[in-house]
Each structure stands twice: as structure tokens, then as C-alpha cells.
Design a protein around this ligand. Structure first.
Ligand SMILES: *[C@@H]1O[C@H](CO)[C@@H](O)[C@H](O)[C@H]1NC(C)=O
Ligand SMILES: *[C@@H]1O[C@H](CO)[C@@H](O)[C@H](O)[C@H]1NC(C)=O
Ligand SMILES: *[C@@H]1O[C@H](CO)[C@@H](O)[C@H](O)[C@H]1NC(C)=O
Ligand SMILES: *[C@@H]1O[C@H](CO)[C@@H](O)[C@H](O)[C@H]1NC(C)=O
Ligand SMILES: *[C@@H]1O[C@H](CO)[C@@H](O)[C@H](O)[C@H]1NC(C)=O
Ligand SMILES: *[C@@H]1O[C@H](CO)[C@@H](O)[C@H](O)[C@H]1NC(C)=O
Length: 419
């Protein structure tokens, strides 16, 4: 035990002095990253053509112009062994022109390239992880022109002696020391409650096990709250991911975003109301918005959801504050209401009213129950129903939403009327 403690102290002293010789870079993450990731649709079955086609489709569909500009290669880009210099290398069959070619390709389109590695000796699929090779790998990514690293936590055989925080910190320093601005996205599934510590060295962190392409059906072993740990391979439904954010949304802050995992919009398992609910919550709760669908085959309905400018504006709002769950005006099992402040365009707040019961229902939101509205009269505010693209009329001291369908979310933006 003593020996281990001493090693940790020496290690952190070395790391600290290495950092001190170089000024720290500005964080690259004033707003959340939005883009596309290969995992949800392709798992490890993707190649150079997949990435080229996706990048050009981001541009041709208008997704890039809307802000989706990171193209992230998840697990499966690597060869099974390092090269003779100890460097990670791509699978030469899948990526015959190499990764720097792909970085140039996406950069020419005005996009950014993301890559995947792992804080263990191996990653989840037994490709080489970066444990013990953090500087070599960070330098390799920087040389290739990579702009984003998703860093996983499988194969952590040293987990008992070197904590996840220590292993993730080592890569953080390695990335900063490259001198290249690389967005650092942690993926350790919320297991060590990263909302308490990940802000110290990453730009975003996953708050849960992997998402499942389902509105409300979880895999076995999934638990519903943030402080209960999943067992086995997680398969967390959209509704459960939202439930877990009740405990976490207050931690959202610029430069350290809780990542609710890739979007399942366009993967063919949800209705339009369900996909809109999914997008409303990911945007308002300030999760990074990372498309998981095959956008070369996506339906026009799903594409329109991803392109909704008013919803994206809520995600990218200057205040960077996520709404909180309001238990007093929610009904467990059927209605949940969330609200939080916005700063841009004189907006006062965003409200989400979700009917997650089986039947349509009316939802009444008393004015005095919305924390940011207590000093306003309804006549002083414009109430925008974002998905309906209409302004609502209110009477008196409440907002009444009629006939909200099962699994529908009413997304409202309230802003002061200019006089
Ligand atoms: C490399 O890619 C080829 C073609 O997709 C695949 O058959 C092979 O299994 C891959 N190798 C590794 C180590 O993933
Ligand atoms: C990528 O995979 C697709 C489908 O299997 C194939 O048609 C294409 O030729 C591959 N491209 C490369 C560069 O390997
Ligand atoms: C919510 O309800 C509880 C218990 O009824 C009450 O004590 C509390 O003041 C209420 N909160 C608000 C914001 O109205
Ligand atoms: C809603 O419907 C689902 C599936 O039909 C069922 O399992 C569930 O019990 C229903 N919930 C309520 C509150 O009726
Ligand atoms: C709720 O919807 C179900 C179908 O999903 C229907 O069978 C049931 O009668 C409805 N209940 C009410 C109270 O409308
Ligand atoms: C409620 O909304 C649904 C569509 O979401 C519509 O089919 C239905 O007619 C509406 N019912 C009422 C009473 O307005």
C-alpha cells in the first residue's frame, strides 16, 4: 500500500512540473461539441468511404451549417497492434489512405475530425488502449490533425492502483502538451460520478452507460438514477437518460458538459413525437448533440428535427445553464416539467413539459412555480411553442397546454416583450 501511495505522489509531482513549464491552453469548449459519431449505427464496421460519405452528407444536408461539425471515428479504426515505433495505427484495409488524409478531407469541408481511444491497456474490443502510451498517442493524433478525442475506460487493469481520474488526467496533460486544440471527451459511463471532478481536465464527460435506441425500454441491469450503477453492458433508454439528469442537470457548466450519449434520432425506433422529445431534452439539458444515425439514409422527418434552428439555439444558449426538474408540478409516471434560464435574445426561460404517460393529457403550469418567472406578469412575456412554431396566448397566472400527446414534449421559450 505504502509503495503504491508513494508512486502516485511521485507520478503527480512529475506531471505537475511538466505542466508548469508550459502555459495552459484556453479551453476549446465554450459550447458543447455537436457532430456525428460512427458507433450507434456502424459499431466497428466502418471505413474511409463511410467517413468521406458522412462528411460530405453533413455539408449537403445543411447539418454542417447548422453546427454539426465534428466527425468522430469511434472504436474500430485501429489495427490490432502498434507499429514498430510503438504508435497506434489504423486498420490499413479500412483506412488505406490513413487518418491524416481523412483529417485533411474533413478540414477541407470546414469540419473537424474526432478519434477514439481508451485509458486502459486495451479498449473495449481489445484494440491497443493508450495506458502507458498517452504522450505517444496524443502526439500521433496531433500530427494527424485530430481535433477531438473520445476516451473510454475499458481494459483498465490498473484500476485498483491507478484511479480513473489519474488515468484520464494523464491523457489530459498529454493532449495539452501537444499544443493542438483537441476537445477531450471522457467516457467512463458515469461510474465514478464524474460531475464532481471531470471539470478539472475535460471538456465533456459521459454521465451514464451507453444509450439504447428505444424511447422507454431499458436493457436489464439499467438503473434509473444517477447515483445507482448499471450492471453489465448498459442499454439506457431515452426516458431513463432524462430521468438520470434530475440529479445531474445542476452541474452543467460551460467547459464541462455532461454528455447524455449519441442521439438515436433517425435510427428508426421512435415516433416523431418521441424523436422530438429526445432532441428537446438533449438540447435544453446542454448535452453535446452528436448524431448516431446513418445520415446518408436518414428520413426527411428525422433530418428536420436535427436541423431545427430554434432548438439548436436553446442548446447553444450563452448562459450554458440546464433546466431543473420541477417535482411540484410534475406527476410521477405521466407528466414531467423542467425549466431553466436562458440568456440570449432577452429570453427569460425555457420550459419542457413532457407527457410520458400512455394517453394524451392537458398540462397546466402555474406561473408562480417557475423559479425565473415569479416577478413577471404573463402579459409581459412572449411564449413561443417551439415545435408548433407559434406564439401561445395565456390568460391569468398559468400556461395551459391542451391535448399533449403521449410521449410528446411541449418546448416553450419565454421572453420579455420589448416596449
Ligand atoms: C481490418 O479491416 C478488415 C476489413 O474490414 C477486417 O476484415 C479486419 O478484421 C480488420 N482488422 C482488425 C484488426 O480489426
Ligand atoms: C468500405 O466498405 C464498403 C461497404 O462494405 C465498400 O463498398 C467500400 O469499398 C469500402 N471502402 C474502403 C475504402 O474500404
Ligand atoms: C413544493 O412542494 C413542497 C411540499 O408541498 C413545498 O414545501 C415547497 O415549497 C414547494 N416548492 C415550490 C417551489 O413551490
Ligand atoms: C402504458 O403502456 C405500457 C405498454 O402498453 C404498459 O406496460 C404500461 O403499464 C402502461 N402504463 C400505464 C400507466 O398505464
Ligand atoms: C389510454 O390509452 C389506451 C391505449 O393506449 C386506451 O386503451 C385507454 O382506454 C386510454 N385510457 C383513457 C383513460 O383514455
Ligand atoms: C389531440 O391531438 C391529436 C394529435 O396529436 C389529434 O389527433 C386529436 O384530434 C387531438 N384531440 C383534440 C380533442 O383536440
Amino acid at each position: 500500500m505504502e509503495l503504491i501511495a508513494l508512486c502516485l505522489i511521485i507520478n503527480s509531482l512529475c506531471v505537475a512540473s511538466r505542466l508548469a513549464v508550459k502555459p495552459q491552453m484556453e479551453t476549446s469548449a465554450n459550447t458543447e461539441a455537436i457532430g456525428w459519431n460512427s458507433w450507434n449505427t456502424f459499431k466497428t464496421n466502418f471505413n474511409q468511404s463511410t467517413i468521406e460519405d458522412t462528411a460530405s452528407t453533413l455539408v449537403s444536408t445543411g447539418l454542417a451549417r447548422a453546427g454539426y461539425n465534428y466527425v468522430v471515428l469511434d472504436e474500430g479504426w485501429q489495427a490490432l497492434t502498434r507499429d514498430s515505433h510503438g504508435r497506434q495505427q489504423p486498420n490499413a484495409t479500412k483506412f488505406p489512405s490513413g487518418i491524416s488524409y481523412l483529417a485533411d478531407y474533413v478540414h477541407r469541408l470546414g469540419l473537424k475530425l474526432g478519434i477514439y481511444s481508451d485509458a486502459g491497456i486495451y479498449d473495449c474490443g481489445f484494440y491497443p488502449g493508450s495506458y502507458g502510451f498517452e504522450e505517444v498517442d496524443a502526439d500521433t493524433y496531433a500530427t494527424w490533425g485530430v481535433d477531438y478525442l473520445k476516451y473510454d475506460n475499458c481494459g483498465g487493469f490498473y484500476a485498483n492502483t491507478v484511479s480513473p481520474q489519474e488515468r484520464f488526467l494523464t491523457m489530459s496533460y498529454a493532449l495539452k502538451n501537444t499544443g493542438r486544440d483537441i476537445f477531450y471527451s471522457l467516457c467512463q459511463w458515469g461510474n465514478q460520478f464524474p460531475w464532481f471532478w471531470a471539470d478539472q481536465f475535460s471538456d465533456s464527460y459521459r454521465m451514464s452507460g451507453d444509450i439504447k435506441s428505444s424511447f422507454n425500454s431499458d436493457s436489464s441491469g439499467v438503473c434509473k438514477t444517477a447515483y445507482c450503477l448499471n450492471t453489465g453492458y448498459a442499454g439506457v433508454s431515452v426516458l431513463t437518460m432524462i430521468r438520470k439528469m434530475r440529479e445531474i442537470s445542476a452541474f452543467q457548466a460551460p467547459g464541462s458538459w455532461a454528455d447524455m450519449d449519441m442521439l438515436e434520432i433517425g435510427t428508426g425506433t421512435m415516433t416523431e413525437f418521441e424523436e422530438r422529445t429526445h432532441f428537446s431534452f438533449w438540447a435544453a439539458l446542454k448535452s453535446p448533440l452528436i448524431i448516431g444515425a446513418d445520415i446518408t439514409k436518414i428520413s426527411s422527418t428525422s433530418l428536420a428535427i436535427l436541423l431545427n434552428k430554434e432548438v439548436i439555439a436553446i442548446s447553444q444558449d450563452d448562459a450554458g445553464i440546464a433546466p431543473t426538474f420541477l417535482p411540484n408540478i410534475s406527476v410521477e409516471g405521466s407528466v414531467q416539467v423542467w425549466a431553466g434560464p436562458l440568456s440570449s435574445q432577452n429570453s427569460k426561460c425555457v420550459i419542457l413539459a413532457l407527457n410520458y404517460g400512455n394517453n394524451s393529457t392537458d398540462i397546466t403550469i402555474p406561473w408562480g412555480q417557475i423559479p425565473t418567472l415569479q416577478n413577471f406578469k404573463s402579459a409581459q412575456l412572449k411564449i413561443r411553442d417551439v415545435w408548433a412554431e407559434q406564439n401561445l396566448k395565456t390568460t391569468g397566472m398559468e400556461i395551459k397546454l391542451l391535448n399533449v400527446s403521449s410521449h410528446q414534449t411541449k418546448l416553450l421559450v419565454l421572453s420579455a416583450i420589448q416596449r
